[in-house]
Design a binder for this molecule. Structure first.
Ligand code: NAD
Length: 255
């Protein structure tokens, strides 16, 4: 069974959805988790829930689009739990408009700052901390199937998520000499707030895009992330792991 005993993990976007499920799962497997989110109250609630269940977690406010704030969150994890063994660069926002309707200040730059720059900042801050500790460490980044393909209303989101895939490969290359592994996940349709905001008809369509006609639950993605943080995935580095129930492997059903 995957174990994360005494590993110190920083999880961004930990107040909700995939991040929250990953906090819970990693804590169950023995990790000490720093729950980082723009929504501090939400992060605190998740940390308190973990602590009440006998796990170890604490919360910190972070805006991942601010490098100083990300560095400070890493430092808080180190101050609280003594070291850092992994970071899940997962915080993100979704949505978008048709390209020709874009106002760059509204539809491009803000999302790039969060979904793209935020992951870069997490890689940089955690990577430096790992080197300070003598090397090692695991970085897991949340990309998306949209990082590998074009999609409606997703010009900026796809660009940011494609950059996350590129960051993952390049950072795996650059940090290998320090013993650090870098991995990415690409969720398809995960049943979180990002999707729940849409009307039922659209959610049914989203579910039908996955091979088994159901959306992926955040807990199922959390299982994969916990595995990526564990020694059991030690052979994997620079790998992009599809957690999309086959969304990315087919195009049409003839029915
Ligand atoms: P979610 O909305 O439930 O969770 C996102 C979390 O990120 C929230 O807690 C939010 O407060 C936090 N956040 C947003 N901006 C932030 C910022 N600037 N700094 C710090 N925290 C911030 O959504 P989710 O589905 O769990 O999304 C998690 C990740 O998964 C995102 O990167 C998203 O793009 C990606 N993803 C989701 C799906 C899906 O179908 N749900 C598919 C592919 C990729």
């Amino acid at each position: 069974m995957t174990t994360l005993t005494d590993q110190v993990l920083l999880i961004t976007g930990g107040a909700s959805g995939i991040g929250r499920a990953t906090v819970r799962r990693c804590a169950e497997k023995g990790a000490k988790v720093m729950v980082a989110d723009l929504n501090l109250a939400g992060a605190q609630a998740v940390a308190e829930e973990v602590t009440a269940a006998g796990g170890q977690a604490a919360a910190v406010a972070v805006d991942v689009s601010d490098f100083a704030a990300v560095q400070s969150a890493v430092q808080t994890a180190v101050d609280t739990f003594g070291r850092l063994d992994g970071i899940f660069n997962n915080a993100g926002i979704a949505g978008g408009r048709p390209l020709l309707d874009h106002d760059p200040e509204r539809d491009y730059h803000p999302m790039i700052r969060i979904d793209q720059d935020g992951v870069y900042y997490g890689i940089l801050a955690a990577g430096r901390q790992f080197v300070k500790q003598g090397g090692g460490g695991v970085i897991v980044n949340t990309s998306s199937i949209y990082g590998e393909q074009a999609a409606e209303l997703s010009f900026t989101y796809s660009a940011a998520k494609a950059a996350v895939i590129s960051f993952t490969r390049s950072a795996a290359y650059e940090l290998a000499e320090h013993g650090t592994r870098v991995l990415a996940i690409t969720p398809g349709r995960a049943n979180t707030a990002i999707i729940q905001q849409f009307p039922q008809q659209l959610r049914d369509l989203f579910a039908s895009e996955q091979l088994r006609n159901v959306m992926t639950e955040p807990e199922e993605i959390a299982n994969v992330v916990a595995f990526l943080f564990s020694e059991e995935s030690n052979a994997m580095n620079g790998t992009v792991v599809n957690v999309d129930d086959g969304y990315s492997v087919f195009k049409h059903r003839f029915e």
